[in-house]
Ligand binder design. Structure first.
Ligand SMILES: N[C@@H](CCC(=O)N[C@@H](CS)C(=O)NCC(=O)O)C(=O)O
Length: 306
């Protein structure tokens, strides 16, 4: 008799680890970020979130999910929406800031980015990067096409990104770059999926300037920090070579075009706490901070004091 719960029914992999009957939390599994992974939700400590002078308060870090939102805010400001002025506070996820009580109040899912809009009668919390992009697009009437078909396409691709990027980050990126051992099966499985996703984008961008058609939108802002940065070969070590990203010519064209936007260049710097100090603006409270408060300049100031 065959077991039809198994698909494919047989494989040739060697027998190895077998899960126990009940999963057990082994806190030290050795993977990068293992120290911040927990099987339970909720806060671990009391800590209020700071509040600055602007209506929009962002609590984030310049990972791809964080960059989506800082790019959107910088694009809104560049387009003249002065109500989009914001304070960006650094949430250091390596140190467990996402488990502070204030942050959990803003996002019960304990993940950056989280936004609090204090211009509403009661402050409005917004979490999940796509929800934040959509909220801001609606609030300011910007970067979401008005035309019914183009708007629907923008939302199609926005949701595509939310469903797809976990295979890139949590799947491919994790097993290729962060896991404590290289597992061929996992790397193969997620490489195949990420290459398929790149091909989906490449075919679409062959006939469209941007994801929603002729207009730059929140769909591009959501997809670029993941797939554009992957196409530039800037995440997960040698992944650009490994996945042969140069071959996706339309993705390359779109990536380069978006990379040139000044708001994208600024957005990438906000809440960045790693890499070149001149590209790190760990907190942003004013447009002048890009000139005056990058980490190289703050470090120089400290040296001057010593
Ligand atoms: N679906 C969420 C994902 C957010 C997410 O995974 N954030 C990561 C950084 S990119 C995080 O905060 N991780 C901290 C943790 O897992 O404890 C979104 O798009 O906002």
């Amino acid at each position: 008799m065959t077991d039809d719960t198994k698909f494919p029914p047989e494989n040739n992999l060697p027998a190895g680890y077998q899960p126990a009957k009940v999963w057990e939390w082994k806190s030290a599994n050795g993977g990068q970020f293992a120290n911040i992974n927990r099987p339970i939700a909720g806060s671990t400590h009391d800590k209020e979130l700071p509040v600055g002078k602007h209506p929009l308060q962002l609590y984030s870090l310049a990972t791809p999910n964080g960059v989506k939102v800082t790019v959107m805010l910088e694009e809104l400001l560049a387009a003249g929406h002065s109500g989009a002025e914001y304070d960006a506070w650094l949430i250091n996820i390596g140190e467990g800031d996402q488990f502070g009580s204030g942050f959990v109040g803003a996002n019960p899912n304990s993940k950056i980015p989280a936004l609090v809009d204090r211009s509403t009668d009661e402050p409005t919390r917004v979490f999940e990067s796509a929800s934040i992009l959509f909220y801001l697009a609606e609030k300011f009437g910007a970067f979401l096409p008005a035309d019914h078909k183009a708007r629907t396409e923008a939302l199609n691709w926005l949701f595509w990104q939310m469903g797809s990027a976990p295979y890139l980050g949590g799947g491919f990126g994790h097993f290729y770059a962060y896991a404590p051992m290289k597992i061929e099966y996992a790397i193969d499985r997620f490489s195949m999926e990420v290459k398929r996703q790149l091909d989906v984008l490449d075919r679409h961008l062959a006939d469209h300037a941007f994801m929603a058609g002729e207009e730059y939108s929140i769909a591009d802002m959501a997809i670029w920090p993941w797939y554009g940065v992957l196409a530039q070969g800037k995440i997960y070590g040698e992944s650009g070579t490994y996945l042969e990203v140069d071959g996706y010519k339309n993705v390359q064209r779109w990536t380069a075009m978006i990379a040139e936007r000044p708001a994208v260049q600024r957005g990438r710097m906000v809440n960045r706490a790693f890499g070149d100090p001149s590209e790190q603006l760990r907190e942003r409270h004013d447009a002048s901070d890009f000139e005056l408060r990058t980490q190289d300049k703050l470090d120089d100031g400290k040296e001057g004091e010593a």
